[in-house]
Design a protein around this ligand. Structure first.
Ligand SMILES: *Cc1c(COP(=O)(O)O)cnc(C)c1O
Length: 366
């Protein structure tokens, strides 16, 4: 089976991890600090806090932004549930904004209508690695005094108007799950230019414990154990050195798909705006006829091609329906979720795998 996404691990990565295993220090230590420094530098941000997952990173970002009980947060329904689960975890209410027809990202023109006195933040999700319309979103946030936290779990290495994702807003969240741009097995990070946010996240990552001036442990906040290990961080630093190459390979495969599939009338291919550089986390095609989606998916699976659905609208999940979060209506997102299909895209795909996928898509409609 060709998976829809896969990590790329080489001998350099293995050597970096083995080096830590032979050392005295396994949990959060010098390798984590090194990884954070390299990540912040790469993104063009002042600080990075590495944690145990992208979900943990979202949780800490929401906490230090002061998002809590009764607050509302505007986000896209076209995302992984972790984005909004962590809003619920801090007691806040996700408010779903419909998506754009072209990029499947939050429709920035619909955000302002959803703002109420309880709105605290906007959480744009750079779906599939294509950056959202950040200039507009940052303007809306400024006008309404809202925090912007980017869920950039798909978008490490992407650029918006020549600026790296991670350098634009109050906080930006990344994931290092194996299917993402780079991996640490499990892992995540928040990057920020705000020293107060940074200091608080460092504290909350490790139980809210710090040392007083005599070197004694004192607990000053309710924290967690969201530490990344040095084993993982060594892998992260090694992977980060190859990120540009990974993204180049992904964009080359996207180019090939576009060239080979452009003539097919039955499907819609993803777009890339001229002022952005996508990190091409996912390659999502859409069928024009909703009825084709399931049989096409089955047809590809039977031929050993791993497909996926990114994403069903978050508010359609059973748990979210039970929450009765007002009557959410995001017609674009719903139509999108009925017609989208993710086909394989990862740096190490071979030429024959790509041919097989392209051939199978053409055969289905023939
Ligand atoms: C992967 C992902 C997350 C969660 O990251 P984990 O590291 O798996 O916890 C959150 N949001 C989005 C959009 C993701 O794709």
């Amino acid at each position: 089976m060709i998976p829809y996404g896969h990590q790329s691990i080489d001998v350099g990565d293995i050597r970096a991890v083995a080096g830590v295993l032979k050392s005295d220090w396994l949990t959060q230590g010098p390798k984590v600090a090194e990884f954070e420094k390299a990540l912040a530098k790469y993104c063009g941000a002042k600080f990075a806090v590495a944690v145990s997952s992208g979900t943990a990173a979202l949780h800490l970002a929401y906490l230090v932004a002061g998002i809590g009980k009764g607050d509302e947060v505007i986000t896209s329904p076209n995302t992984f549930v972790a984005t909004t689960n962590m809003m619920l975890a801090v007691g806040a209410k996700p408010v779903f904004c419909d998506i754009r027809k072209d990029t499947y990202n939050i429709d920035e023109t619909k955000i302002e209508n959803l703002i109420t006195p309880r709105t605290k933040a906007i959480v744009p999700v750079h779906f599939a690695g294509h950056p959202c319309e950040m200039d507009e979103i940052l303007k809306i946030a400024k006008r309404n005094k809202l925090v912007v936290i980017e869920d950039a779990c798909h978008a490490l290495g992407a650029k918006y108007k020549n600026k790296k994702i991670g350098s634009l807003s109050d906080m930006t969240v990344f994931s290092f799950h194996p299917v993402k741009s780079i991996t640490t097995g499990e892992g995540g990070a928040v990057v920020t230019n705000n020293r107060e946010y940074y200091k608080k996240m460092i504290l909350l990552r490790s139980h809210g414990i710090t040392k007083d001036k005599n070197g004694f442990n004192i607990m000053t906040e309710l924290g967690y154990n969201y530490r990344l290990t040095d084993i993982q961080a060594a892998l992260g630093s090694s992977q980060l050195k190859k990120l540009e190459e990974f993204i180049y390979q992904r964009s080359q495969i996207a180019k090939e798909y576009k060239k080979e599939l452009a003539g097919m009338e039955e499907i819609i291919l993803p777009t890339e705006h001229p002022d952005v550089k996508s990190s091409w986390h996912l390659y999502v095609i859409r069928v024009k006829d909703e009825k084709d989606r399931q049989p096409l998916g089955n047809y590809l699976k039977e031929r050993g091609i791993g497909i996926n659905f990114h994403y069903p609208c978050v508010y359609k999940h059973l748990y979210y329906q039970k929450l009765r979060l007002a009557r959410v209506k995001c017609p674009q997102a719903e139509q999108y979720s009925q017609t989208s299909l993710t086909i394989p895209l990862y740096p190490k795909m071979t030429g024959s795998e790509r041919k097989k996928i392209i051939g199978a898509l053409k055969d289905y409609f023939r």
